[in-house]
Design a protein around this ligand. Structure first.
Ligand SMILES: *Cc1c(COP(=O)(O)O)cnc(C)c1O
Length: 494
């Protein structure tokens, strides 16, 4: 197994794929084949802990890393960083429905599962190709990714991380999460502008030759932590396999029996990990792709037409407010029989016309594997309210979208195969819309008061990372214009 690109024929190893993040011609790195999760291998995982399972599975996915290296990365990432020793526990919502809770980490959302381990994978990878070089992670964020990346990279030797966020484009809590970040290697800076300004500024700096020379002179180089990096995808495969093993262990299914998976989807990274687990041989049936009002993926999975020429809506599930789902490119590549020309042609149409259409044969493959559905704002709120009143389960708006679409799927098809539903954020992270859904009194103006109110109503404690924000010292106060970003970086690195 080696790595190639969705738009070119390459042969690189896992380390290089992780260090480079994205291929020079714009394609994404993909494995040339899928390592097999043989039944005997799976059987061995069943009695293991999450960390032990992760070490086994990641060793398959990262040829070139020794078992010892993978083991060290896994232990560093998942020991003492989550609120439970098992970072991805299951919760029984109904006889055959298990919530896969992916929000027990330091930023209370599923991105922690990947961003807690990526820094260790990345520094090991650099150690192989460019020993001694410091990786400088540059992130433009609209909120959640920036904090998750900061939490992952803080004080990891051999790395520095700089996060830019739009001054008025993140919530007060999100802003505090970033500006109170500890760690000698962390830089956080507000931008006078919106998210697009921050993002285009970061892209320009990545491509700037003068900046590249500045870094090279200090034995540094930029790296990316965004969701198209294979180093973020691989750790996400682990929790689908682990959830399956847990269901076998609890006796809910027998090994070999199929389960479905429902995933609240934005950039298509989380659900793509389920696709990869299935290609590796995990007995997964239907993959239920749940969108919010930005339902471009629902339309695509039902018609074969991907068309981003449509209005963009801001919703209560902001991490799914996306019109270009980058990781879908990997699925297209595999469905086209690993054909970089066919994939590149579709992506060229997407960038020139904002639209492409797959062939009837590919649409048939999509329909066989996926169910696409969506959930609007009022249904999202109703679902949160119903789950709370009827099942005493507190769920965030992203997760509610998946619960609702899974319900639609069962009603429409009669398929009541056991299902894992990815629960991607703590309800406390989105306390405002959650309170509006479960309570009729007005939501407190102050965000911390809203957190306390949600705790009172639900009888659950505010997660520690959010509760302690109010008492943390603000360490990052810089705010620059878009033109000032490069100067901020040079000053920080010198
Ligand atoms: C990022 C995110 C998603 C979407 O995941 P993708 O991998 O982008 O599809 C869903 N829910 C939450 C809470 C997220 O942070």
């Amino acid at each position: 197994m080696f790595f190639t690109s969705t738009r070119a024929r390459l042969n690189i190893d896992a380390s290089e794929a992780i260090v480079r993040g994205i291929s020079a011609e714009g394609g994404l790195f993909v494995p040339s084949e899928f390592p097999a999760l043989a039944p005997a291998f799976l059987a061995r995982l069943i009695p293991m802990t999450y960390r032990e399972r992760a070490a086994e599975i990641l060793s398959l996915l990262l040829p070139g890393f020794t078992r010892e290296e993978v083991r060290t990365c896994v232990d560093s990432a998942y020991t003492g960083t989550f609120d439970d020793d098992e970072p991805a526990p299951l919760y029984a919502l109904g006889p055959g429905i298990r919530m896969l809770e992916l929000w027990h980490g330091p930023t209370c959302a599923f991105k922690d599962l990947a961003l807690q381990i990526l820094p260790f994978l990345l520094t090991k990878a650099i150690g192989k190709s460019a020993p001694g070089r410091t990786a400088v992670i540059l992130v433009a964020t609209s909120g959640d990714t920036g904090k998750a990346a900061l939490a992952g990279f803080a004080d990891v030797p051999g790395t520095k991380i700089i996060v830019f966020f739009p001054q008025n484009g993140v919530s007060p809590i999100q802003k505090l999460q970033m500006t109170t970040q500890e760690g000698a290697n962390t830089g956080v800076c507000a931008i006078e502008g919106n998210f697009d300004d921050a993002q285009s500024g970061v892209k320009k700096i990545f491509a700037d030759e003068e900046m590249a020379r500045f870094l090279a002179a200090r034995n540094m180089a930029f790296s990316s932590a965004n969701s198209i990096n294979f180093g973020r995808l691989a750790p996400q495969i682990v929790y689908y396999v682990s959830a399956y093993c847990d269901m076998v262990r609890e006796g809910r299914i027998v090994q070999g029996e199929k389960i479905n998976a429902a995933v609240p989807t934005g950039n298509f990274g989380n659900i793509l990990a389920a696709v990869y687990a299935k290609r590796m041989g995990l007995p997964l049936g239907r993959l239920i792709c749940a969108s919010n009002r930005n339902n471009i993926l629902t339309d695509f999975l039902r018609t074969g037409v991907y068309d981003r020429n449509r209005p963009f809506y801001t919703t209560s599930s902001p991490s799914m407010d996306i019109l270009i789902s980058s990781n879908l490119e990997r699925l297209l590549y595999h469905l086209h029989g690993n054909d970089p020309e066919a994939t590149g042609a579709l992506m060229a149409q997407l960038s020139s016309a904002g639209r492409y259409e797959v062939s009837p044969a590919i649409l048939e493959l999509l329909e066989a594997e996926f169910y696409g559905g969506f959930c609007d704002e009022s249904e999202t709120r109703r679902t949160i309210g119903e789950l709370f009143r009827e099942k005493h389960y507190l769920c965030d708006p992203h997760t509610a979208v998946a619960v609702k679409v899974h319900g639609d799927y069962v009603r429409e098809t009669g398929d009541d195969t056991p299902c894992v539903i990815a629960s991607t954020a703590s309800a406390f992270k989105f306390a405002r819309p959650v309170l509006e859904s479960i309570d009729t009194s007005p939501v407190p103006e102050d965000d911390f008061a809203a957190l306390r109110r949600l705790a009172d109503l639900s009888g659950r404690a505010v997660p520690r990372p959010l509760a302690e924000l109010g008492t943390k010292e603000v360490r990052h106060r810089s705010c620059v214009s878009k033109e000032g970003m490069a100067e901020f970086i040079r000053t920080f690195l010198d």
